[in-house]
Design a protein around this ligand. Structure first.
Ligand SMILES: [Zn+2]
Length: 434
């Protein structure tokens, strides 16, 4: 099995190199946006004239004509490969849209999408020992400012595929994509203990059916206050002023720092989960809610001030999408699987007897079943229900029908769960069966 893996390293460009980065990023953004306009507004005319639909190859050919225009002379500064990659990115964005995986492609914006990709491995050299990265236009000839200085915190492995340089806040990063060969692990058929359920918790973003919780306090009150303060400061500045630009940069820096922290945290959590569990069951994503929250982030930051109640939720939602994305590939590498189960009523269903009632959720964090009086942490109760749905989807049944649902059974369940909680066990129901 071929596996694509990337490492992301910090780049420390000289001021001259940074200017060059910004110029290349600007050219790529322009080409991307022009390509988007062409595909969005002129696809019918294009088809009438050429008899074909607009695609990557057609646009790539037109790129040569575009660069020949006197007013687009500056495009020659950017490596052709990078410009072509911008069009390929656009093609991918359209493919994702038509495949129902993403919304309609949006224009790239300065300050938010400053990135460009070098797709030819033959033109790239990574020097781990000296922490240098050689890219076309950087570090080849004398007088070009030398190779890029990078912090190689880990060794590249496998076959180099391409490098993407991007800006996040004030920092520049290079994402080095590599391809490795790995044998797909051959595992026996899964059994019930291989399955864990995970719910989005109230106190912590991720709660397992075993009662473990992950990711609490990634973003504290201090950070939220700072974000509010910075966005307020931004909204008080004059449009187009230098102070506004400074305030915008300060907010962006803060936000990207939080994003890095979250990403790091989620990576650690998903690695741990994938190491310890073969099959992870989560709720199916509500795609509409996801895109709605994404839309909120691009809007003027000033508007977020009014939505501070929703901020937390939004952070959680975005974390959830990333969490899911990482789990899919990390589990697959180990021969595991991510299961997505229907999300309906998971927080209102009793994990002991299966009774569904909104009243069972007595408070924000306590679940007390109105039918059988089973009591548990609300997040954990939902995680156990998600796990049960995962087991059903796999055709695995842990509790034969009839053994749960009686008052005694539920009580025993509750006792066992309490015990397990203290031991920080993986799975409460297994211990009941044992
Ligand atoms: Zn119950």
């Amino acid at each position: 099995m071929k596996r694509l893996k990337a490492i992301r390293v910090r780049v420390y460009p000289t001021p001259e190199q940074e200017r060059s980065f910004l110029r290349i990023a600007g050219c790529c953004r322009l080409v991307y946006n022009l390509g988007l306009i062409q595909r969005r507004d002129f696809w019918r005319q294009y088809r009438n004239v050429t008899g074909r639909g607009i695609g990557w190859h057609g646009q790539k050919r037109e790129l040569t004509d575009l660069k020949a225009l006197p007013e687009a002379d500056f495009l020659r500064e950017a490596p052709s490969h990078c410009l072509q990659m911008a069009l390929q990115d656009l093609d991918t964005a359209y493919a994702r849209f038509f495949g129902g995986l993403a919304g309609y492609p949006r224009p790239r914006r300065k300050g938010e999408n400053d990135a460009f990709t070098f797709p030819d491995p033959a033109q790239i050299r990574v020097d781990v020992r000296d922490g240098r990265l050689v890219l076309p236009k950087f570090g080849r000839r004398r007088g070009d400012g030398g190779a890029l200085r990078v912090r190689m915190h880990r060794r590249p492995f496998g076959e180099l595929r391409r490098v993407t340089v991007s800006r996040e806040g004030k920092h520049w990063y290079a994402s080095i994509l590599m391809r490795t060969r790995a044998r797909q692990p051959q595992l026996p058929a899964p059994t019930a203990p291989d399955v864990v359920g995970i719910d989005r918790g109230v106190a912590a973003p991720f709660v397992t059916s075993g009662g473990a919780s992950f990711g609490a306090a990634t973003e504290g009150e201090h950070e939220r206050k700072k974000q509010r303060r910075l966005s307020k400061a931004l909204s008080r500045t004059q449009r187009g002023s230098r102070r506004r630009e400074k305030a915008r940069l300060r907010l962006l820096t803060h936000k990207s720092k939080m994003a890095r922290r979250r990403r790091d945290r989620i990576h650690k959590i998903t690695t741990e989960l994938a190491k310890n569990h073969r099959i992870v069951a989560i709720e199916k994503l509500r795609v509409q809610a996801m895109t709605a929250s994404a839309r909120g982030t691009v809007e003027a930051p000033g508007r977020n001030v009014a939505q501070k109640g929703g901020l937390n939720r939004e952070i959680l939602d975005r974390g959830w999408g990333e969490f899911r994305r990482q789990l899919v590939y990390k589990l697959a590498w180990r021969g595991g699987q991510l299961l997505e189960v229907p999300a309906v009523n998971t927080s209102r269903t009793c994990a002991a007897c299966g009774h569904v009632a909104a009243e069972s959720r007595t408070s924000r964090d306590l679940f007390r079943c109105v039918a059988c009086a089973h009591e548990d942490d609300a997040d954990r109760n939902a995680a156990i229900e998600i796990r049960r749905r995962g087991l059903m989807a796999l055709g695995l049944h842990e509790n034969p029908a009839g053994t749960v649902g009686t008052a005694r059974g539920a009580l025993c369940d509750g006792m066992a769960m309490n015990r397990e909680k203290k031991n920080d066990g993986i799975n409460a129901k297994t211990s009941v069966d044992a």
